[in-house]
Design a protein around this ligand. Structure first.
Ligand code: AVI
Length: 326
């Protein structure tokens, strides 16, 4: 029987309070910043689906290539101890990559429960429904909320070995010290022999990287600007969105690809009872998409208490899924 139940971390009212607090703190800071986790309301989730289909946005195709064509290799690595396990996915989205692995495991009669965690309620609903159709009988328990909080919940309800998936180069949306801290937190929630599989986008031709965040059809620009629209919708604000312009940059040495919104004029924005002032050309830092090299990945594992047990790359060698054991 299909088991779907969703645990949510905070009430809708609390999440609005957190959103407002983070937005105001970010816009009162210098330089101004907004947190990329807030991109993913319903409109943003839909725009990100479009980004993943863009010809310039190679990341998704690369990781899909791994999940589609190296499924047996992946499955072998994660089922190595031949025990039942819980497969927890952080930031599952619509799960279209992991579905290849789920399908493989399900049809090879592996005993596991799939536990997707996502900030987006609509993505989780869509995922549960589609899995219900495609893999009827697979056990699913979903968790809506922030990664670490919900992973703690998932670990609390899991009584078996755990395999945690963190795909899509989501780790790239953290600054390096934050990624260290995050992996350390995951490590402390896991038990010896549990696994963590992390997707990393690799450093490559800088033009290729930059183009992925500067598509000619302007979807990535809309994706960034949607956060201002979301603030207008949810926090009673009055951003004039066409007074801001998307500006991405890539530094091939550090591997940091960053996106900014530039204020095209001096302007004043109200967010509820708060006023935020923008100088002409002042920027809001929106997102980092960090690119790694193999040494950086092994370093991160070692520093946070993991042993690298596998690295699977796509056929171009642009992206890797690293498998780490606690
Ligand atoms: C979700 N994350 C890994 C994407 C990335 O590539 O950093 C988000 C994104 N931002 C702009 N395009 C895609």
């Amino acid at each position: 029987r299909h088991l779907i139940n969703t645990t949510a971390s905070v009430s809708e009212k609390d999440s609005i309070i957190r959103f407002k607090r983070d937005v105001l703190n970010g816009l009162k800071a210098s330089p101004k910043e907004l947190q990329p986790k807030y991109f993913y309301d319903e409109v943003g989730t839909e725009l990100f689906r479009k980004i993943m289909k863009l010809p310039e946005y190679y990341l998704t195709d690369c990781e899909l290539d791994i999940f589609q064509h190296k499924t047996a290799q992946l499955a072998k690595l994660i089922t190595q101890h031949n025990e039942e396990f819980d497969l927890i996915e952080l930031g599952s989205g619509d799960g279209f990559k992991s579905k290849h692995l789920l399908d493989y495991l399900f049809h090879s009669k592996t005993n596991f429960t799939y536990m997707p965690i996502d900030i987006s309620k609509s993505a989780l609903e869509y995922l549960s429904e589609s899995l219900n159709d495609q893999l009827p009988g697979m056990e699913i328990q979903s968790f809506q909320g922030e990664y670490v909080e919900m992973l703690a919940e998932a670990c609390y309800s899991s009584k078996r070995r755990k395999v945690v998936l963190f795909l899509g180069a989501n780790i790239g949306n953290m600054e390096l010290p934050q990624a260290n801290e995050f992996c350390g937190e995951l490590q402390s929630l896991l038990s010896p022999k549990d696994l963590l599989l992390v997707g990393f986008d690799l450093k490559k031709d800088p033009k290729k990287v930059l183009a992925a965040y500067n598509d000619t059809s302007g979807i990535t620009s809309q994706f960034n600007l949607n956060l201002l629209e979301r603030i207008n919708r949810e926090l009673d604000a009055d951003f004039v969105v066409d007074q801001f312009e998307h500006y991405p940059v890539y530094d091939p040495i550090s591997g940091a690809c960053r996106s900014f919104l530039v204020s095209l004029n001096q302007q004043q924005v109200c967010i509820g009872e708060n006023q935020i002032h923008f100088q002409k050309n002042e920027v809001i830092q929106m997102e980092i998409s960090q690119k790694y090299d193999l040494n950086g990945i092994c370093d991160l594992a070692a520093k946070t208490g993991f042993k690298t047990v596998g690295m699977i790359a796509d056929s171009n060698g642009w992206f890797v899924d690293a498998i780490w054991e606690k």
